[in-house]
Ligand binder design. Sequence first.
Ligand code: NAD
Ligand code: UFG
Length: 357
Amino acid sequence: MKLLVTGATGYIGSHAALELLDAGHEVVGVDNLSNSSRESLRRVEALTGRDVPFVQADIRDRAAMEDVLREGIDAVMHFAGLKAVGESTEQPLAYYENNIGGTLALTQAMEAAGVRRMIFSSSATVYGDPARVPIDENTPTGRPSNPYGYSKLMIEQILRDLAAADSRWSVALLRYFNPVGAHASGQIGEDPQGIPNNLVPYISQVAVGRREALSIFGDDYPTPDGTGVRDYIHVVDLARGHVRALEFLANAVSERPDQLDQSPQAAGAQASANCHVWNLGTGRGYSVREAVAAFEKASGRSVPVQVAPRRPGDIAECYADPTLARQQLGWQAGHDLDAMMRDAWHWQRQNPQGYEV
Ligand code: NAD
Ligand code: UFG
């Protein structure tokens, strides 16, 4: 299949592009480079020996999207978006405009071009503060604590409504838990601009000497060691989940309801015949202190820490029940925490300043 990957130069988009190419698909990348470097896709081309045509454009530019989509695109993997939780609280309009406005323009361009298969990057943030863990897809969506999270929840609803209105559409809403790590080559990885918001990039930058110490945001949570627990998932596993979801959508026969999964689990997962929801996580939660210890083991470097107050909006515990993706997609995460930290470190050590040379 020929894929349009939005946000293709970004962290997850570049890894997905690589896995799509490895699986024999073609990729056209789109990105406005607001939070990424053109270099990432050049490296994907070097790693795979394949060309990745790239269009520097904003997904809100509907005409530009339509032009690209008319070049024989079969499906869209939609990663483009703003994702800094704290920034979204300060600039809610920018987040709603970019994420929701961008998705609306993109889906309208898809409709005009007759491309009606979409895989969307959602997030476990849509569950808010869940009543229980592990979180399966039946867990009601909650109240995200920030505009970024609401943008994901609203986009899910828009895509669900679109699929309900027109059975020619097929949609996968993939709810990521905490993507970390990098491709095993160390050639592509996460390259946050400025001070990292997320745990593993911050730890990596401490280990490589760019920052002094990690602040642990709270050690008084009701968790085994008091620090927050998350379901870290290797970005390569996550990317492979996308390839499986794509293949599932392509093989789904929406005209034949007898072939659809009618199990209570699938029905309860806010799924419909042509709109699917899957958690992409490992099913295991690790605390901040466990993550730091695993990184120290993988890197052989010590990571100084200091305990700081809780970060507003954080929850104590969040990890997936990934059973549905295993059953329906035949997908499960293959990398453990040690492998995630090894690959995160491999990337950081080889690229101490990220893609900047
Ligand atoms: P990223 O910032 O590395 O990649 C997103 C890319 O989208 C960037 O390259 C950016 O330049 C581009 N972009 C943003 N707005 C655009 C626009 N209007 N037009 C064109 N390009 C635009 O982030 P990522 O970590 O790779 O995340 C990819 C997707 O996954 C995002 O939608 C994000 O919200 C979602 N997600 C990420 C995480 C995570 O922890 N990384 C967790 C859950 C969901
Ligand atoms: N943490 C620290 N110090 C830091 C950074 C993080 O102690 O410098 C802690 C957090 O308090 C939390 C854990 O490390 O307990 C993970 O924090 P991250 O910022 O790495 O990830 P979050 O779980 O807060 O959020 C991430 C993405 C969101 C996404 C969510 C889905 O940033 O976009 O996962 O679960 F919505």
